[in-house]
Write a new protein. Structure first.
Lengths: 394, 259
């Protein structure tokens, strides 16, 4: 494929508001994880929470969209001058030619969880505050982003577990290639909720300490919440720009919640991404691993990476900084990978002290300056859903 | 965007498969109200079938039906799954469990709760490692899936299986989204260079005009997946025909068919 310009990025995560806050935190070794203090959850775990969402209701014409997920989406859109760049893109292309593709795995499920606590004792009915289309439904977040930005092009929620918001880059590239649009706002939005906290606890995949991807002592994930966005344009405003070079999507066809032990699907996604970009493995300088911190996930990803790349490739996992943002993880890590490319550094792997000696990958533990030409980001999810993205400059 | 329709499948009340639906839509047979037969996807191993939720069984059953209709294998086929409401039964069970002590959820129920559960089970059933995506929309969920499947078939020059499904929610969530009937549909789309019925697909401004086949119960139309029936009815007309499928509130997908 032809490289696709990326003309804006934005991030709101446990590392703070804006990409600058994320870069500073990674450079100074400050993880965004904290002991679980999400609402009344009593689970003994660490989380990547975005402060202040509880006190920031949506108002004005979009107040009917008010829920934690859309509040976080708005906070993300307001970072890094993103909305202003979208306005300029709309002026170039027209609102009908700018698409929205958002990845999420839970959207407003938290609103349903809370509503079930307050059912009418006589009838069992839910409180009126739970609105199907505007807050609960998976499409709510894509619809909110489209209306907030005043866009009228293709609009879609991609919900493929933890690969959701990596796959939006692929969907947007295809839509632009097919002539459906000239630009696309892509992103991921995921908030903390009880379904994912209790669900991962039930699967015994939740660590009671800050997650330590690829560590000998790794024992599970830390869940985070985040909103991350990128603006892809058929033609940028000119000058050197970051770009999407390729993507690969695959299915494990193995198990609903356990990755293929040799990472066959993951390796296929990485291989296909390189092929679409017209690159050899040696052309990539940095790999942002999916790196969740569970025993099986990290072992499978190590096997897959070793099957595709040489042992010289610098790798790191950034979920120890942000927490695992699930449906938003793909977009969060795409943005962190783009920051690494733009500013010339390899993010460290927060909380990890002793990389598992059985693994062949070269894991960067500390954040360090390094000029990068091209970088890949991996996202793998439940249902054996895999997506790898390759970024560079053009 | 031009794609070719290689096969289609349906499952819904009074419409147990495509041969019955075809007869009803052409007027060769009357629509006879009846509950949809319980879907029994044959490709899914027995152990996985026991774990699978209702939406997974509905989605897989129509996917299999479409493949059988054209004698294809699923192993190297890209797939697109589209649904408005996902699996409300599982959401209900999880929310109910979370609302009362001990506030825990079943691990199997949790991994079945992801919107891409049908895609995950499909890849296992069809032994497909090919690309698969899972989409959500409101009333436009079918059009969203159709647009993505057609885009993939055109840009990647590959065959794509589209599966759209939506099932009624149990109370109390049923009151929020009162669809009465379950429905699932599947289409196998080929790239334009292949043989088969040509569908010309475009995203257009404005709300969709209604093309609901008058012989079908109007209340079925509330199920977003059942909009497939408007398209299927158009494919059975002689000469040029056209249908508009709702996409967003202010846009629709226009499909033109020439035979």
């Amino acid at each position: 494929m032809a490289p696709l310009p990326i003309t804006a990025i934005a991030l709101a995560s446990a590392l703070g508001n804006g990409t600058g806050a994320a870069t500073q935190a990674m450079r100074h070794g400050r993880s965004g994880l904290r002991r679980n203090d999400f609402l009344d959850s009593a689970l003994d775990t660490w989380i990547g929470r975005v402060p202040g969402l509880e006190d920031a209701p949506l108002d004005g014409g979009l107040a009917h969209f008010d829920c934690r997920s859309n509040r976080l989406a708005l906070l993300g859109l307001q970072q890094d001058g993103f909305e202003a760049t979208v306005v300029r893109a709309v002026a170039r292309h027209g609102a009908r030619r700018v698409a929205v593709y958002i990845g999420t795995s839970s959207s407003g499920i938290l609103e349903a969880e809370l509503a079930f606590r307050h059912r009418d004792p006589a009838t069992g009915a839910l409180p009126a505050a739970l609105r199907f289309s505007d807050t609960y439904n998976l499409y709510s977040v894509a619809s909110f982003v489209q209306q907030r930005l005043g866009l009228h092009g293709p609009c879609c929620t991609v919900s493929a577990a933890c690969a959701s918001s990596a796959k939006v880059f692929a969907a947007a590239q295809r839509a632009i290639a097919a002539g459906l649009c000239d630009a696309a706002v892509v992103g991921g939005v995921e908030t903390l909720c009880f379904t994912t906290l209790q669900g991962f606890a039930a699967l015994e995949l939740l660590s009671s300490r800050p997650c330590r991807p690829f560590d000998t002592e790794r024992d599970g994930i830390s869940i985070g919440e985040a909103a991350a966005f990128a603006l892809l344009e058929k033609e940028g405003p000119g000058g050197e720009t970051l770009a999407l070079l390729g993507y690969g999507e695959s299915a494990d066809a193995f198990h609903m919640s356990t990755p293929h032990p040799q990472g066959l699907g993951a390796a296929r996604a990485m291989h296909d991404a390189l092929q679409l970009a017209g690159l050899a493995p040696g052309d990539v300088d940095y790999l942002n691993l999916h790196g969740t911190g569970t025993r099986n996930n990290d072992a499978a990803e190590n096997a897959a990476v070793c099957a595709v790349f040489s042992e010289r490739l610098a790798c790191s996992a950034t979920k120890g900084w942000t927490g695992h943002a699930l449906g938003a993880a793909g977009a969060v890590e795409a943005v962190l990978t783009l920051l690494a490319l733009r500013d010339g550094f390899v993010p460290g792997t927060a909380n990890t002290r002793h990389a598992d000696p059985q693994f062949g990958i070269r894991l960067a533990l500390e954040t360090a300056p390094q000029p990068l030409r091209r970088a890949m980001s991996n996202s793998f999810g439940f249902g054996g859903s895999n997506c790898s993205l390759v970024f560079g400059r053009m | 965007m031009r794609v070719r329709l290689a096969a289609q499948a349906v499952l819904g009340p009074g419409l147990p498969d495509w041969s019955v639906a075809r007869a009803v839509l052409t007027g060769a047979a009357p629509y006879v109200p009846a509950p949809a037969p319980e879907p029994a996807p044959a490709l899914l191993p027995a152990t996985e079938r026991r774990r699978a939720s209702a939406s997974v069984r509905w989605a897989l059953a129509v996917g299999e039906q479409a493949l059988r209709a054209c004698g294809r294998e699923g192993a190297e086929l890209a797939s697109v799954f589209a649904s408005c409401g996902g699996d409300g039964g599982i959401t209900h069970q999880i929310c109910e469990a979370l609302a009362a002590p001990p506030h825990t959820v079943s691990p199997t129920r949790f991994h079945n709760s992801v919107h891409n559960a049908p895609a995950g089970y499909w890849s296992i059933a069809a032994q497909s490692h090919a690309s698969s995506t899972s989409l959500s929309g409101y009333d436009g969920a079918f059009a969203i899936g159709l647009l993505e499947a057609a885009t993939q078939a055109t840009v990647d020059q590959c065959s794509v299986l589209l599966v759209a499904y939506d099932l009624p929610y149990p109370e109390p969530m049923h009151a929020l989204w009162p669809i009465a009937h379950p429905f699932a549909a599947s289409l196998l789309l080929d790239p334009p260079a292949r043989a088969g019925l040509a569908l010309d697909i475009e995203l257009r401004e404005g709300a969709a005009r209604e093309f609901w086949p008058r012989m079908l119960p109007g209340e079925l139309r509330a199920n977003p997946a059942a909009r497939a029936l408007e398209l299927f009815a158009a494919t059975l007309r002689h000469g040029r025909s056209r249908v508009e499928l709702p996409y967003t509130e202010t846009s629709h997908i226009a499909v033109e068919i020439d035979q």
